[in-house]
Every structure is written in structure tokens, then in C-alpha cells.
Design a protein around this ligand. Structure first.
Ligand code: ADP
Ligand code: MG
Length: 250
């Protein structure tokens, strides 16, 4: 299963993806997170200490081209089986969760991340997964990646939305684009929920009820400030991460 997460900047995509990864990991799944945000912060969120050890996928571009055969008469490359082994060089494993990072941390404007995105698209469309494997794709804010077709190989898209008008607007725009690129399943996930009126506001604005609501959580806020891995915080009473995992398999 390949699941991507999207939504306006700062709505909690990385947070929710880390909690979901933890949930799948506890359930015995083989979890790989791909951090495709140009300002990646999944590693910190999971409590990975040796971040500089992570080789970004962007560096794989050359190797991939070297190792993949060009398809006759077409501009495309075929990914051969060796590529699967190659992937391991770009993966770190932390407390049972595997992590890959698309690009190095970038400062200032860098222009198009096209080669990285081509690699990512190729990986997502060519990676064959067993039922025990879950690939989670953490993305940049906004909707450009949908336009570029980077997430063509995705089975499910989660759109995180918080109780604000602008967040709903972005979420609806993302949904429309995701439908255009024919992602088989698209769900909204509510975050930073304080009360019933927040839930109602979201359901009304989206025209549908999110599959799960994450509460505005003191524990998450504290963990972020103390740099405590999100996977170590106590399970909240309503256990939204578990509910999300269950909802996704329905
Ligand atoms: N349910 C929540 N309760 C409290 N704080 C949250 C919650 N979800 C996210 N946050 C905080 O909001 C900030 C942005 O979250 P993050 O996951 O980094 O957003 P994104 O990946 O969408 O940019 C972080 O400081 C995170 O700790
Ligand atoms: Mg993020």
C-alpha cells in the first residue's frame, strides 16, 4: 500500500504521518516513509539523531540512470531489479521504521527539483509491495506535486485539514487535482480539533466528514518543543492514529 499525505503548510502532515507510521509499525507492517518535502523534517519528528548520515534520493539520480536501460525509441528508462538493492543505500532504519529523504535541505530558491521528482515517480510506480509493506509519502505543502504527476503511483491520499477557511480551500483544491490524476482513494483527516464546533465547521466546509479527527494535543506540542520523538508520546484516550489506520483499511 502506498499512502501520500498533503494539505496546506503547517496543518500537521508530518505529525500525522509519523503517528500513522508508528501505528503500522506496531501492527507488524514493514514501513517505509519517504520524506519528499524540500524542507524535510520527518527525521527529527521520529527522533533520528544522525540526520547527516541520510543520503538524499536526489543523489541517486545519476546511479539510476547508469543502472537503468533506456527503452528503445522512448525517452523513458526501465528500472531493473538491481535498483531495489540500490534503494537500501538511501534508507535508514530507526526503531523499526525505514526512512528515505528525497532532497537535501535547501536554502533559498533552488528552482525545479525535477530530477528528484522523476526518481520519486519512478520509485512509486515501479516499487512492487507485498501486503506487509506500507510506503508513506510525506509531501511539501500545496498542490504542485500533483500537477507534476509525482504521485502517480499512490493508492491513497490523505488530505490534512484544520478548522480554518483557508485550510479547507486548499484541501478542496488538492482533492480536485488528486481526482484529475486518478488517485484511487482520497480522504480528509481533521487536525487541531478543539471541540464539536470545529468538527462541524470542517464537515460543513468540506461537504463530507473527515475519516478521523486529531485533537489539538498538549502532548504533541510538548514533544515537539522538547524534541521528543512523536513515536514515544503516550497514546491519547481517543487514539486517533489507530482509528486512522483502521479507517484506511476499510
Ligand atoms: N494535533 C496536534 N496537536 C498539537 N500540535 C500539533 C498537532 N498537529 C501538529 N501540531 C504541531 O503543529 C506544527 C506543524 O506540524 P507539522 O506536522 O510539522 O505540519 P506540516 O508537516 O503540515 O507542515 C508542529 O509544531 C506540530 O508539533
Ligand atoms: Mg511537514
Amino acid at each position: 500500500m502506498k499512502i501520500a499525505i498533503s494539505g496546506k503548510g503547517g496543518v500537521g502532515k508530518t505529525t500525522i504521518m509519523a503517528l500513522l507510521a508508528n501505528e503500522y509499525n506496531k501492527a507488524g507492517k514493514d514501513v517505509l516513509i519517504i520524506d519528499a518535502d524540500p524542507s524535510p523534517h520527518m527525521a527529527e519528528t521520529l527522533g533520528v539523531r544522525n540526520i547527516e548520515k541520510i543520503k538524499p534520493i536526489a543523489e541517486m539520480t545519476k546511479l539510476l540512470v547508469e543502472r537503468s536501460g533506456k527503452v528503445e525509441g522512448s525517452p523513458f528508462y526501465n528500472m531493473n531489479p538491481q535498483v531495489n538493492d540500490l534503494l537500501h543505500d538511501f534508507m535508514i532504519s530507526h526503531e523499526g521504521i525505514k526512512l528515505m529523504v528525497l532532497g537535501a535541505i535547501q536554502t533559498g530558491d533552488k528552482g525545479c527539483a525535477c530530477p528528484e521528482n522523476n526518481v520519486l515517480r519512478r520509485m512509486l510506480t515501479k516499487l512492487l509491495l507485498s501486503p506487509e509493506q506500507v510506503v508513506l509519502l510525506d509531501m511539501e505543502a500545496g498542490v504542485e506535486h500533483l500537477g507534476r504527476g509525482t504521485i502517480a503511483g499512490i493508492d491513497q491520499l490523505l488530505i490534512v485539514v484544520i478548522p480554518s477557511r483557508s485550510s479547507i480551500r486548499t484541501a478542496l483544491k488538492i482533492k480536485k487535482l488528486a481526482e484529475d490524476v486518478k488517485i484511487p482513494r482520497i480522504d480528509f483527516v481533521g487536525n487541531l480539533i478543539k471541540d464539536a464546533s470545529d468538527r462541524e465547521f470542517l464537515s460543513e466546509g468540506l461537504g463530507t466528514t473527515p475519516i478521523v479527527f486529531f485533537t489539538d494535543s498538549q502532548a504533541i506540542r510538548k514533544a515537539e518543543r522538547a524534541e521528543t520523538p512523536l513515536t514515544h508520546i503516550p497514546v491519547p484516550a481517543e487514539d486517533a492514529p489507530h482509528l486512522l489506520m483502521e479507517a484506511l483499511s476499510r
